[in-house]
Structures are given as C-alpha cells and as structure tokens.
Design a binder for this molecule. Structure first.
Ligand code: LLP
Length: 424
C-alpha cells in the first residue's frame, strides 16, 4: 500500500499535488512519501515483533544502497531502524542521518583496508566478512588498532534467487560469501584470533524474491551451520538473514507478505536462541517513491507506432534498461478515453533508453505529467549525469509539507567539478 493517490482527479503524494512539485521543483524529480516509508517499516517491524522468542532482540537494518538520501535514512532512523551499509560513504550517510553505530552492519565483497579501519574507528555493530582474504586483512587492520570487532561470516548457500540474473547473489558461481563448508573452517579460524570476535553467520541470496522457498532453504542452512559450530564449542549468537523480499511492481502481482516471511523465518529459527537481523531495502523503499516526469512530445509513426518521449531517461531510472524491470506509468491527471499501446522512451541517444514497449496507456499529450511507480528503491541511487543531464533531484513529502532533499545542480555546479588540464 502507498500514499500516492488520486484526489479530485489529480495524483497526490500524501497531501501534496504532484503538479505543484513539478511546477516548483521542475521535472524529472523523485518524490518520496514519509507515510509510505513509515508504514512499510512498521509492518515489517510488527511482523518481526510477533515472534520475540525466535528473533530475540532483532534488528531491522535498512539496506542503504536502495535509497541513501539523508532524509529517507533519517525518517527510518527515527523509527528505530538500523542500516546495512556496503561502503565508507554509506556508513557516513547512516551516521549523519542519526543511525547509531551500534545499529550499523558493514557488508560487501570488497571492503578496502581503509574502509575497514574507518568501520573500526566508528565502532559499527558488526562487520560481515565475505572471504578468507578479507578476514586476513581485517585481522591485520584490527590488530594495528587494538580493536576486536564483532564479525559475521557471510555464507554463500549455493541457493540463488531473485527477479533477474544480475540481482541474484547466493548462487554457486556468484562472487558473494563463503561456501558453507569453508565458512565453518573460517569461523573456527576467526574464533582462534584475538583480533576479531565471530558472533554469527549472514546470508543474502538475491533481490526481488517473491517466493519464500529459497529463503527458507538458506535460513535452514544457517541454522544447521549454527548447530555444527556450537557442537565445536564455538559461540553463535546472531544470524543476519539479509534482505531480498520482493514487492508488487505491477498492480495485482503476488508476493509473499512481510507477515508470512517473518512467520517462515520464525519457524526456522525458533529454539535456536539467536538475535536475528534483517536487511530489507526494496521492501521499505520501492513503493514509497515515484519518478515524476513530463511528456516532451508524442511521436506518431506512419506504421502506427507511438512514442511517448519523456524528460526523464535511463540516467534517472536505469532499472528498465539494466534489468528489463517493469515500472507502472500513470498520468498525474488522467484524461478520459481509451488506452492505446505506446513505447515510453527518454531523450538519451541509445535504444536502451526505453522504459517500456507496447505499454497500454490512457490518452497523453505533450506537457502532461506522468509518474513511474515503485521507483523509491534503486532509483535515484543509481542515477547519473549521462548525456550531461543534471543529476535528478529528490523531494520528501510528509502530509501537506514537502522539502527538496537533494537539489538539482545548476549547469555551473556541474561544470565546476571538472577542470581543463593546465596544458590545454
Ligand atoms: N543486504 C545485502 C548484503 C545486499 O546485497 C542487498 C542488495 C540487500 C541487503 C537489500 O536487498 P533488497 O531487500 O533490496 O532486495 N539494483 C538492483 C538491486 C540490487 C540489490 C543488491 N543487494 C535493482 O534495482 O533491482
């Protein structure tokens, strides 16, 4: 459920008409809804809280990569949400947004020594180690600082899942994590080091997962490994179950609910006496954001093909080009009349800059406003200035109020970041 609704024939973000934001901020622009973010977080929080014995003192750590805007992070931080981070930059954002270090998990397949050192200085809750080589480097960095960080070993369960091959992370050939048998040995090796404190296991098998079966299989593997490690007198007190739960991008699409997901995880973890961590990204943010765009023109071909040319492009929302992703497109002020098939494209000079082919849309004219739904996760964070298009701005709405939370750069600001080499 989201809070982007028609009121008086016009799409609003909560109490704010999107046409007002288009006039005052310009398009394209991402618009986020505080009420929707809050609802998604509280639904998951309550679903997890319904199983206190299974999950212990559970942590929900928002995957910052999905939407790293400081205001989005601050909205979630105020609700008690932690942060799952994959770079020094993301840790810095989480801290600036008010996430306490004790709720920050540091994940990622290629953390540099400098990033590990930064995480130790900050005192993050836990570092998820993804390879033997990384454990060696972390031990060296920690020894140099006299720190003893809590770590989890990220397991590659050889169970991949997700909405597209490019976002499946748990498969055998994927670069993430340590295969289960190696992970057991690595855990024991970490436990023997005075410089790190292994507290648990982690996994994350993919993104936009709509069926619980692969997640359940991965969680069962983690619980089996926990018992094996404990039988070797090794302490395991935390399980990080990763993120990955999918969202319905198309109206009517079926996805497992947060309540079903939590109940499944509780069944698997019950009796194990661990603290669980969850790392949702898309689930919290996707349907809390839209990309608002204006139609530049309609191009009708003699063969009947109609192109709706928008002022947003693949540099603003790359998911359709990169993952063949589906985002609903809706007019802000729907006109009466029959739907017709259109190709929805941006102005960038490659055919990849196509948001949808043969999409049925209600009547549209030049200057009309449209939104892409489900754009709050992996939207603005993946934007670029390709074709020297200014980085897309972001607006946060809360009831009747709104704020520009990332401004569109001016031409001067964009060009000032570069220099003409002094010999030219
Ligand atoms: N934890 C870890 C370690 C991750 O790598 C990810 C996402 C998450 C949590 C959050 O997953 P989520 O709950 O959002 O599914 N750019 C792609 C998605 C890439 C996801 C990468 N990892 C897209 O636009 O679909």
């Amino acid at each position: 459920m989201d809070h982007f609704e028609l009121r008086g024939g016009e799409l609003h973000a909560e109490g704010v008409p999107l046409s007002r934001l288009a006039t005052e901020v310009g398009t394209p622009v991402y618009v986020y809804s505080t009420a929707t973010l809050t609802r998604h977080y509280t639904v998951l929080r309550d679903a997890v809280a319904a199983h206190p014995t299974a999950f212990g003192d559970a942590l929900i750590a928002f995957a910052v990569k999905a939407n790293s805007n400081l205001s989005v992070l601050a909205t979630l931080a105020r609700l008690g949400c932690g942060a799952d981070t994959v770079s020094e930059g993301e840790i810095r954002r989480a801290l600036k947004a008010g996430v306490p270090p004790g709720k920050i998990i540091f994940s990622g397949v290629g953390k540099t020594d400098a990033e590990l050192a930064y995480a130790l200085d900050v005192g993050v809750r836990q570092i998820n180690v993804e390879s033997p080589a990384e454990l060696d480097r972390l031990i060296a960095v920690a020894a140099g600082k006299g720190a003893v960080p809590d770590i989890a070993i990220r397991v590659n369960p050889k169970i991949g899942a997700g909405g597209h091959a490019k976002i499946t992370t748990g498969g055998e050939g994927d670069k993430f994590g340590v295969p289960a048998d190696e992970a057991l040995a690595l855990y024991a090796r970490a436990a023997a080091s005075p410089h790190v404190n292994p507290v648990g296991l982690a996994c994350h098998i993919g993104s936009q997962i709509t069926d619980l079966a692969p997640l359940e299989a991965a969680f069962r593997l983690l619980t089996d490994m926990t018992r094996t490690l404990r039988s070797q007198n090794l302490s395991v007190t935390r399980l990080d179950l990763g993120g990955g739960l999918g969202v319905p991008y198309a109206g009517g699409a079926q996805t497992a609910s947060p309540a079903d997901y939590a109940a499944m995880a509780a069944r698997v973890l019950e009796g194990l006496e661990v603290e669980a961590a969850f790392e949702p990204g898309r689930l919290l943010a996707a349907n809390a954001g839209v990309l608002l765009s204006r139609v530049i023109q309609i191009t009708d071909r003699a063969d009947g093909r109609r192109f709706v040319v928008l002022d947003s492009a693949m540099n603003d929302l790359i998911r359709p080009a990169m993952y063949d992703a589906f985002h609903e497109v809706k007019p802000v002020t729907p006109r009466p009349g029959p739907d017709r098939a259109c190709d929805i494209v941006g102005p960038i000079c490659e055919t990849g800059d196509t948001f949808a082919r043969d999409r049925l849309l209600p009547p549209l004219e030049a200057e009309d406003l449209v939104v892409f739904s489900g754009a709050g996760a992996y939207g603005a964070v993946m934007s670029s200035e390709y074709n020297t298009r200014p980085l897309v701005p972001e607006v946060l709405v809360d009831g009747d109020r709104w704020a520009v939370v990332r401004a569109r750069p001016s031409w001067d600001e964009m060009l000032a970041r570069e220099a003409v080499a002094d010999w030219l």
